[in-house]
Design a protein around this ligand. Structure first.
Ligand SMILES: [Fe+2]
Length: 136
């Protein structure tokens, strides 16, 4: 399980709430796996992620444009890569259903995203926004 902590916060409530929701969904998938119900939860998780990233990335990208974030193009590229990874997971789900390797792959894709993107890349955006006073 991954717990929300303040070092994950950007200081922008709408974005922080979206990150909290992602962590909740990730934890729900882990809990389901532990209860032997990972297959059911995998479909729900992939469906959630499909619409979640559209809204969440749009909000994050608008924040970066608004605040003149200097590494916006690099950050955008990472969002696109993640959208591509999610599409691959959905394709694999369509092909093989909720297989154990796919559940494991989905878990590790999400952990990697939480640890490397939200904790590192998004934090840089948060620091920029706080510095520039454009969080509102
Ligand atoms: Fe991001």
């Amino acid at each position: 399980m991954i717990a929300w902590s303040e070092d994950l916060a950007l200081g922008v409530a709408a974005i922080d709430d979206q990150h909290k929701e992602l962590i909740r969904r990730f934890n729900a998938l882990l809990t389901a796996c532990n209860e032997g119900k990972g297959g059911d939860q995998l479909r729900a998780t992939l469906e959630f992620l499909k619409s979640y990233v559209v809204e969440h990335f749009r909000d994050e990208e608008q924040l970066q444009i608004r605040s003149g974030y200097p590494d916006y193009p690099g950050h955008l590229e990472k969002h696109r890569e993640f959208v591509g990874k999610l599409a691959t997971l959905r394709d694999q789900f369509d092909d093989e259903g909720a297989s154990l390797p796919l559940i494991i792959k989905t878990n590790s894709t999400l952990v990697d995203w939480l640890v490397t993107h939200i904790r590192r890349d998004d934090q840089k955006v948060g620091a920029h926004v706080r510095r520039c006073g454009t969080a509102a």
